[in-house]
Design a protein around this ligand. Structure first.
Ligand code: AOF
Ligand code: ZN
Length: 347
């Protein structure tokens, strides 16, 4: 039993290599074991490219060993023709007799059909090894398929006296609440999520690029609220450097292939409408970086999954109040000197 767990842990470790690059696909890792030895390994790198099982099978040198092997995979092998053929067929065609699955795929195109197909083909299938860890690994993918909305991370930095910015912004230099290390961490976080969102005031005040500069990785899709099209067209957010979706009450003609408008009714439930559109765009995760009002909207609608709050050393005495988040039951906390991580165990 202990060995089984180790192999699944290896699957999880391999899968994590895909953090930030597999969207809208999940991160998946796979290990093939024969006579107590790992003879093949693979992980899913990018949507449209081979799944973990394919990479694992391809890495096996002596394919004849597959007929007496066990394949471990952190997510149920797929049963459908998507951008790639079904992994179940691959397992069946190669005569792999034993399959150990971490967790069931929530994608309704699969959702148990992979396991069924393997059992019907006479495979010895075990399901649910390190299930909680396998679900946690793909928290974004699971939230997207089960709740039909992206996984939502709230991020802000506040002063010791609870402000996210002083009242009057200095024209010369921005006021930094956090240190260099936390700024770099934020860029790492950006590289891990599929999208990043800010409200109008933040876009106007900060003229942010919302890209990944202090870390290596993909730029997230930029989501910007601009109800009355107030953001100047020379703002960085209109630089066409990464895919950008502007939410407005009226779209304006803009000749940039990376920039699209989505028209919504700002007087109605804003967060819900917005998330429905993001779901339609197949966006599985979003980090909301401000401002206070935008973040508060999601808190008030109870539409968030994680909060990451930096506490700076400075005091502003007055300014823009940080969002208010009342901690309820069912939350896990992790606190370091200046960072508070809140994760909700919602099901
Ligand atoms: C697996 N192993 O490594 C992955 C799986 O369009 P496709 O063909 O890439 O299929 C995408 C779906 O396949 C994805 O939504 C998820 O349900 C499953 N992903 N399954 O067995 C993998 N990446
Ligand atoms: Zn597959």
């Amino acid at each position: 039993m202990e060995k089984h767990t180790q192999y699944m842990r290896r699957c999880l470790e391999l899968a994590k290599n895909g953090l930030g690059t597999t969207y809208p696909n999940p991160m998946v890792g796979s290990v093939i074991v024969c006579d107590g030895k790992i003879i093949g390994e693979g992980w899913h790198k990018k949507s449209g490219e081979p799944h973990a099982e394919v990479n694992a099978v391809n890495s096996v040198k002596d394919k004849s060993l597959l007929k007496k092997s066990t394949i471990y995979v952190s997510l149920e092998p797929c049963s459908h023709f998507g951008k790639t053929p079904p992994c179940c067929d691959l397992i069946i065609e190669n005569g792999i007799p034993n399959v150990v699955v971490g967790t069931v795929d929530p994608n309704k195109k699969v959702a148990g059909n992979g396991i069924k197909k393997l059992i019907e083909a006479g495979k010895n299938v075990t399901v649910g090894l390190l299930e909680a860890e396998c679900n946690e690994l793909n928290k974004r993918f699971f939230t997207f398929h089960k709740k039909k909305r992206p996984f939502i991370i709230l991020k802000w930095a506040e002063s010791q006296d609870g402000f996210i910015a002083p009242l009057t912004k200095s024209e010369q230099k921005p006021v930094w609440i956090t240190n260099t290390f936390s700024r770099q961490l934020v860029h790492k976080w950006r590289s891990e999520e599929q999208a990043i969102l800010v409200g109008t005031q933040t876009a106007i005040d900060d003229n942010p690029k919302l890209n990944v500069r202090d870390w290596t990785g993909k730029n997230p899709i930029r989501i910007v609220l601009d109800q009355n099209n107030r953001i100047a067209k020379d703002n960085h957010l209109f630089d066409n450097q990464s895919k950008t979706i502007i939410f407005s009450n009226a779209s304006i003609a803009i000749n940039e292939e990376n920039t699209t408008f989505e028209v919504i009714d700002f007087k109605q439930n804003l967060a819900e409408q917005l998330l429905n559109v993001l779901y339609k765009h197949q966006i599985q995760s979003v980090i909301i970086e401000g401002g206070s009002q935008t973040i508060q909207t999601f808190i008030d609608e109870n539409l968030w999954d994680e909060a990451r709050i930096f506490n700076g050393n400075c005091r502003f005495e007055t300014g823009i109040k940080a969002p208010f988040l009342a901690l309820k039951k069912n939350t896990s906390l992790a606190i370091t000197n200046d960072l508070l991580l809140i994760s909700r165990n919602n099901d």
